[in-house]
Design a protein around this ligand. Structure first.
Ligand code: CU
Length: 327
């Protein structure tokens, strides 16, 4: 069975909806759209010398996911960004089919992640390296002072030998103006986000992400996605722990619809600060067990299900997806 999402995403364009609320509006963050607040959709595509961009995954691409030879930002190859303020906010979406990017700046400069998939973090997380899987979003703020042009790049060496992933890409050149308008420093605290509370958890569900030899099959808990099968029924408003594990040799970004969840642990260890906020996609590495705290509070319907799936689209299309209703 092979469905058509990956083909359509490959052939299509991607955009993002920027969502602000009173909490984010109340903070002193860069928010001048196109000036110091920039949408950055990262993708890669495979172009032939004649400019065509066919979707024709062979066995390798069905196993690893389709990965292109050119990086794109908002659909553009090799773009640059002129900036005029000392702090610049990048709202980044990984809209690629299959590439887990290891993002950093070409000069290794530090930056702060301020938001994850579902909103602001509790506090800015200082880092020099950000892993972003298909479907994941991150807002980062970078100080561009120093007078030199630098680039946002994918550094595959940072994968630590993990299989798959995109080659070394230079996504975006950032060109600071000679004189930069000063920006107030980032707030020390961002969202009012309580620590995850598991005392009310009603049940634990397990999801084992399974790949057959050489990508011969993609399953969750032994089952391929079937349009007419509802795999799980969840009660509205009840907290649950979902325990996700991976049996194969590839990482899988596990995405759940209709909720924002909290990552509780990765092989028993607490998540990194930039994974401790609101998430709807989390990478599960080979041999790992990731526990997340989920709850579905709205949009109940016994007939129409939601999906959970691997966000590597070739894996999803191959069957690594399931359906659940909220009742
Ligand atoms: Cu996968």
């Amino acid at each position: 069975m092979f469905h058509g999402t990956a083909n359509q995403v490959w052939a299509g364009i991607a955009g993002m909806a920027l969502i602000d609320d009173d909490e984010s509006d109340g903070l002193d963050l860069p928010r001048d759209y196109g000036v110091d607040d920039i949408p950055v959709v990262l993708q890669d595509r495979g172009f032939l010398t004649n400019g065509q961009m066919p979707y024709n995954p062979g066995m390798q691409a069905r196993m690893m996911g389709m990965i292109g030879n050119f990086p794109l930002v908002n659909g553009v190859i090799a773009p640059y960004l002129d900036v005029t303020t000392s702090l610049v906010r990048l709202r980044i979406l990984n809209g690629s089919n299959a590439s887990i990017y290891q993002l950093q700046f070409s000069d290794g400069r530090e930056f702060s992640q301020i938001a994850s998939d579902g909103g602001l973090l509790v506090a800015p997380a200082r880092m020099t390296q950000l892993q972003l899987a298909p479907g994941e979003r991150a807002e980062i703020v970078v100080d561009v002072t120093g007078g030199k042009t630098f680039r946002l790049v994918n550094n595959p060496a940072a994968r630590g030998g993990m299989m798959g992933g995109a080659p070394a890409f230079s996504f975006l050149e950032i060109r600071p103006a000679a004189t930069l308008a000063p920006t107030t420093p980032l707030p020390a605290t961002l969202a009012n986000l309580p620590a995850p509370d598991i005392t009310a958890v009603k049940r634990v569900r397990k999801f084992e992400l399974q790949m057959g030899m050489m990508g011969s099959s993609f399953r969750i808990n032994g089952r391929e996605m079937k349009m007419d099968v509802v795999n799980e029924v969840v009660k509205v408003g009840e907290a649950e722990i979902w325990e996700i594990s991976s049996n194969g040799m590839l990482p899988h970004p596990f995405h759940v619809h209709n909720t924002q969840y909290r990552v509780l642990s990765r092989n028993g260890r607490p998540p990194a600060p930039n994974e401790a906020g609101l998430k709807d996609t989390v990478v599960v590495n080979p041999g790992e067990v990731v526990r997340i705290l989920v709850r579905f509070d709205t949009y109940t319907d016994a007939e129409r299900p939601y999906m959970y799936h691997c966000h590597i689209l070739e894996h999803e299309d191959g069957g690594m997806m399931g359906q659940f209703t909220v009742v």
